[in-house]
Design a protein around this ligand. Sequence first.
Ligand code: NAP
Length: 316
Amino acid sequence: MRGTVLKDPLSMLRAGTVVIGLLVAGAVFGRPTDAADAATAPQGEPVAEDREVILITGSTGGLGREVALELAGTGTHIVVHGRNQERGEEVVRQIEEAGVGSARFYAADLASLAEVRAFADAILRDYDRLDVLVNNAGIWLDQETRQLSPDGHELHFHVNYLSHYMLTRLLLPLIERSTPARIVNVSSVAQRPLEFDDLMLERDYSDSRGYAQSKLAQILFAFDLAEELAGTGIGVFALHPATMMDTDMVLSRGAEPRASVREGMESVVRAVRAPDLQSGQYFNGTAAAEANEQAYDEEARARLRRVSEDLTGVPR
Ligand SMILES: NC(=O)c1ccc[n+]([C@@H]2O[C@H](COP(=O)([O-])OP(=O)(O)OC[C@H]3O[C@@H](n4cnc5c(N)ncnc54)[C@H](OP(=O)(O)O)[C@@H]3O)[C@@H](O)[C@H]2O)c1
């Protein structure tokens, strides 16, 4: 039996998101004293002692929400994440009303490295274990003008890949203390090789190219991490959930859905739950599949690792 999930349950109130907001504001606007104060402020509700903890990025809607509701139904504690507080709190409410699992919402914008750091700090502060990390949050912009994050990086690359690289690296010590554990990167069949001399897509930008490059970057990272963590009890996987699911990402483009979000959920839940999966695999839905060949190129993976270390300041 493991120790308590939350470090200081008796002092916890339902104020988690406000505190994260303060913490993030402190990080973003460079007010370390405020951030430090916020870090000791009371947090959400206590959860049962021996609950598994699963963090799903982008679980305020779409696929992440569906995965959160499904996994909460097995008695898990879900860390719900996204930017939209109202939708995040609604997912928490649904989980708590179902009476099986438990949940708390944390707001953090993955377009900001400072917010990723504050989010990771909050999780490291509030939890003694993290059994599963699902890197799911994603954007597929519907505009032909290149968008940059506040940190100056191409927005798909930043939100879909770079912030997840940083979050995973920062949370790894906690995941290592929680083995057996899993990390699942939600990628896509829409994957396209990275061009290392134009990672920020200053030449020939298109939203599809931005999306596809970021999705392959997630797979390179998963394979790299699987190799690094071999024998530690942490399995690392990447997958394409389903094609053109009926989520905001697809519907907001006016596109015709070709799959239900439930189908995609089953693929993610399988990667989280199925016993005896060999780490370092890529799945198309629920079937083992080959990713783009760049994912098997060790030099490309090493280059991406170096770039990611430089851009985030978080080393391997
Ligand atoms: N839909 C498909 O057919 C399809 C196919 C293949 C792969 N995928 C992948 O599946 C994953 C989920 O996609 P989906 O279809 O469920 O999309 P979605 O309905 O648009 O949901 C995206 C989620 O990501 C969060 N998010 C977006 N930008 C964020 C940011 N800057 N910071 C923090 N959170 C952010 C959103 O929450 P907030 O709005 O609250 O921030 C939301 O919870 C993505 O990685 C996507 O690439 C989807």
